[in-house]
Design a protein around this ligand. Structure first.
Ligand code: AMP
Ligand code: MG
Length: 493
């Protein structure tokens, strides 16, 4: 193993490794396998500030780079590969686990909030299943930018502190280069962690897992006899709300396997994701998803299916009645949250009965007219009246269809008390001007592969404020170029 003990610690990185205090089946200790000749591709300063990390001196920066490329293990860190399993494309796979990422340890930020630090691309582990344990620069950039974009959009997500690149060849469809991503998350516990203990019939550790999570994230439930039921209900509700967010913002995750579902309802494991360009309800971003299991319009149902897997895995803790009661909450939370998000997108403060129908008919026409999803909603905020529809109408081929809908919309707006200017201002806070279209990520990747990291950093800053007008960046808010529309993304990462 190339990793060596580090001579000094880094300010703010005081690890505690509560996960490694758990029983042996939860993890395997693994030393990272360092990348040769590491270079810092990008550093997420706002996240570092939030975590209370600053590495000002040259020594600190050098040590940080060594640690983030897997060449040094920081004092106090105790890297482990977590064991989990999960349902992949509907089928149970007992052999999963961290195959190319290591939980380095946990830290607390200035507010005392717990964060897991996970180094993706750190080499092989006992769960690598013949894989090389590496992550390529391309996939690290995609996860880094998209997780930050989600955070900027106010959608629960894991984040990432930095990307380190290297010249190490990594073999995918073509030869690429190895990189690491330091993922920062409230937890790395997935639905699949529960499934592992359930399917290994290890009820003792299933309980240990649930109690560990409750102690860390929901300490106020610790002495509650119904704590496991509360945990399951919370996971179901958070998942429902997360997927409502994805649907409202037009995000297709692409690989909603239960090992990619965070128990805390955060967007997790960014692979072949996409933000919709034209609104296409059955859009499939994942090139390998031949059946469309994870198509955009399947996400709400798959979210529920995944919650069923979780409820099944928690049956020994909660019993059938409580499991069913928790699952029953999914629909109400999903639909309730979704209509709330759409009302905000349309500039409605009141809740009126016909709102869901108005949304349904709008989406139907948008799909028929192949209207760009994000641009339309942003433009809609600028409509003054049916007579002055602005750019929103121009996005429709069938203008009469838009006019018909816009008249209903205007009648509905009459029930609101806000002025057009107030509504427009409010809608701009719910309809992003800037999203991470796949062609934008692709451009940043191609430059980075040539050693120019400027576009990665530009997009990072752009996407941290997706609702703000950034006139110097207006071209990023335009329709995608033809080559970049509706790109299908390979699963390889
Ligand atoms: P993912 O599709 O990235 O969610 O990964 C599914 C499973 O495959 C996880 O257990 C990963 O750790 C593992 N995995 C993915 N890529 C690699 C790789 N290059 N080497 C080893 N394991 C991998
Ligand atoms: Mg995964």
């Amino acid at each position: 193993m190339s990793s060596q003990p580090a001579p000094a610690s880094l300010p703010g990185l005081q690890f505690n490794n509560s996960f490694t205090q758990l029983p042996a089946p939860f993890f395997r200790r693994v030393a990272p396998q360092g990348l040769k000749e590491p270079v810092l591709v990008s550093f997420n300063q706002p996240l570092a500030d939030q975590l209370g990390l600053s590495f000002d001196s040259a020594e600190d920066q050098a040590l940080f780079l060594q640690a983030m490329s897997g060449n040094a293990t920081l004092p106090g860190s105790d890297p482990v590969a977590m064991k989990y399993t999960g349902h992949q494309f509907g089928y149970y796979n007992p052999d999963l686990g961290d195959g190319r990422g290591l939980l380095l340890g946990e830290i607390h930020d200035r507010q005392g909030k717990h964060w897991d630090l996970h180094l993706k691309g750190a080499g092989t582990t006992p769960f690598s299943r013949g894989g090389d344990g590496r992550a390529v620069l391309r996939s690290c950039i995609r996860e880094y930018l998209c997780s930050e974009a989600m955070y900027g959009l106010g959608i629960p997500t894991t984040r990432a502190l930095c990307i380190v690149g290297s010249q190490e060849p990594v073999y995918r469809e073509t030869v690429e280069t190895g990189a690491t991503l330091l993922r920062v998350a409230s937890t790395h516990i997935r639905f699949g962690h529960f499934e592992y203990f359930y399917y290994s019939r290890d009820e003792k550790n299933l309980k240990v897992l649930a109690d560990y999570l409750i102690g860390q994230q929901f300490p106020h439930w610790q002495d509650n006899p119904d704590r496991y039921q509360l945990l399951l209900e919370e996971a179901v509700r958070r998942t429902a709300r997360l997927i409502a967010h994805w649907q409202a913002v037009g995000f297709n995750h692409g690989v909603m396997n239960t090992d990619n579902m965070s128990i805390l309802g955060e967007t997790f494991d960014y692979g072949p994701f996409a933000f919709l360009d034209d609104f296409q309800s059955d859009y499939i971003c994942n090139h390998s998803d031949y059946q469309g299991r994870y198509a955009f319009n399947q996400q709400p149902g798959i979210g529920f299916w995944n919650c069923q897997c979780l409820a099944q895995a928690m049956l020994p803790l909660v019993g059938e009645k409580a499991a069913l009661a928790a699952l029953e909450q999914y629909d109400e939370h999903f639909h309730g949250h979704l209509i709330g998000l759409f009302r905000a997108k349309l500039g409605f403060e009141k809740q009126l009965e016909g709102d869901a129908l108005l949304v349904r008919d709008l989406l139907r026409e948008m799909e028929r007219n192949r209207v760009d999803y994000s641009i339309f909603f942003r433009q809609l905020g600028h409509i003054r009246s049916v007579q002055e529809p602005g750019g929103a109408r121009d996005l429709f081929i069938d203008r009469a269809a838009f006019d018909g809908w816009a008249e209903r919309y205007q009648r509905r707006l009459a029930a609101e008390s806000a002025t057009p200017a107030q509504r427009s201002e409010r809608m701009n806070r719910h309809n992003p001007k800037y999203i991470l279209r796949n062609y934008m990520a692709q451009t940043a990747i191609e430059k980075a592969q040539q050693g120019d990291f400027s576009e990665v950093n530009r997009l990072l800053h752009l996407l941290q404020k997706p609702f703000d007008e950034q006139p110097e960046n207006d071209h990023y808010a335009a329709l995608p170029p033809d080559w970049g529309k509706g790109m299908e993304i390979s699963c390889s990462s």
